[in-house]
Write a protein that binds this ligand. Structure first.
Ligand SMILES: Cc1cc2nc3c(=O)[nH]c(=O)nc-3n(C[C@H](O)[C@H](O)[C@H](O)COP(=O)(O)OP(=O)(O)OC[C@H]3O[C@@H](n4cnc5c(N)ncnc54)[C@H](O)[C@@H]3O)c2cc1C
Length: 381
């Protein structure tokens, strides 16, 4: 938890870093599909990999309220930068923080906080997507450990990861039979497939993770307990969804800033296009929706920090913010006109980049199902 003075300073430093280092490097990252090593080093030095990791393990231990503020700033740069640190901040580390044994926390969290170790979260499989409880990857008990077999699909940072949080089945069909394993890169039988060719977010990588008779020792089982994998995954995603929502708000802020500046500069019919009320409507609608998303995200984060179960609120935020940024990106393309379709301007890249937010960490349809189920549960009780 940061004191108010350090918090202000950290947010200002992150803002400066985004504007002076990340945004100027966006085109290069998109072209090379790689984040330059010196930028990764600066991200590590700033503490970006350890935002949510407790201070006792070398992280910044930010509250959710502070984390979403940082994410709203980071989101203003190409999502590829955030993606590299994102698994350590969210889905790659959270299961260890709340479900790991003391030994597992001490072993992995300090290197994750510094960014030396990249964590990856491996839930999705070729036949297992939204229906996450139907995990097919198997974990068979053997002398001193488990043998894992299966394929994990679209795994963010798999090519860079030193540690994979793998959901695998140890028991009965359904959620209760899923366990969570901490599998180190280099484990026997673990391999990473070629990088996926994606629609956007170049510089961020996903790949298959293949487990073929991969042996992991007993102490790789999260918290030493079988059957807790699905709960660990869902708790991890609850928090991750607030973080992603804040990234969406950051991206919308950037798109809107770019669109506003362009509308003010671009002249047609003898005046800036910003003077046309049909263009103003697009700006105003975007500003209104962005403000709504920011308010929701801050409220949900504050309530989570206060101890409220904010899982459904996180789904509301993820649903609204990811759809909102899609609409803002679409209007930004419209305001830029033909230039919005050209790769020379960042709008075209962001338009493709933000499409992902409606898909991963639960699609929009899955968020709606979670929200409605919670409403119906509350009706019963
Ligand atoms: C770039 C990228 C990075 C990713 N990173 C990771 C990662 O690090 N780790 C990881 O484990 N996974 C990761 N994923 C996987 C991602 O979480 C899944 O793609 C996502 O959950 C959707 O699963 P699916 O692709 O199998 O789609 P499906 O589940 O097959 O869904 C297809 C369509 O059907 C809809 N649908 C499915 N079920 C229902 C229902 N009950 N009611 C209504 N509609 C429904 C969906 O909303 C969607 O529109 C990543 C994906 C991408 C694209």
């Amino acid at each position: 938890m940061l004191d108010p003075e350090t918090r202000t300073l950290f947010l200002e430093t992150t803002h400066k870093f985004v504007n002076e280092v990340l945004i100027p490097a966006e085109a290069e990252v998109s072209e090379t599909d790689q984040i330059p090593a010196d930028i990764v080093k600066q991200m590590q030095d700033l503490g970006l990999f350890g935002l949510s990791i407790p201070e006792e393990f070398g992280g910044l231990g930010l509250s959710m309220s502070d984390e979403v503020e940082v994410a709203m700033i980071l989101g203003q740069a190409s999502p590829a930068f955030r993606s590299l640190a994102g698994t350590n901040i969210g889905i790659g580390s959270q299961a260890i923080i709340f479900g790991g044994s003391d030994a597992q926390r001490a072993k992995y969290l300090p290197d994750m906080a510094s960014g030396v170790l990249i964590g990856s979260f491996a839930l999705t499989e070729p036949d297992v997507g939204s229906d996450a409880a139907s995990v097919k990857t198997s974990a068979r008990k053997t002398e001193g450990g488990y043998i894992l077999n299966g394929t994990k699909r679209f795994i963010t940072n798999a090519p860079e990861a030193g540690l994979f949080t793998v959901m695998a089945r140890t028991g009965e069909p359904g959620a209760k039979g899923v366990s969570c394993f901490l599998v180190e890169a280099g484990s026997t039988g673990l391999s990473v497939g070629p990088w996926d060719k994606k629609m956007g977010q170049r510089g961020a990588h996903t790949a298959d993770v293949i487990l073929q008779d991969s042996f992991v020792p007993d102490d790789a089982l999260l918290g030493g307990q079988e059957g807790t994998g699905f709960t660990a995954a869902m708790r991890t995603l609850d928090k991750g969804r607030l973080h992603i929502s804040a990234i969406c708000a950051g991206a919308a802020r950037r798109l809107l800033d770019e669109a506003l500046r362009y509308a003010n500069e671009r002249q047609q019919f003898g005046k800036p296009i910003a003077e046309f009320q049909l263009v103003q409507a697009m700006l105003a609608e975007s500003q209104t929706e962005l403000y709504a998303a920011e308010c929701m995200i801050r409220d949900a984060a504050r309530r989570r920090d206060a101890g409220e179960n904010a899982g459904t609120l996180a789904s509301c935020c993820k649903l609204y913010a990811s759809e909102m940024v899609g609409r803002v990106a679409d209007r930004a393309v419209q305001i830029f006109g033909g230039a919005g379709y050209m790769a020379e301007y960042p709008i075209e890249r962001f338009y493709r980049d933000v499409r992902l937010f409606r898909l991963y960490e639960g699609t929009s349809e899955i968020q709606k199902i979670i929200i409605a189920k919670s409403m119906l549960r509350n009706l019963d009780s």
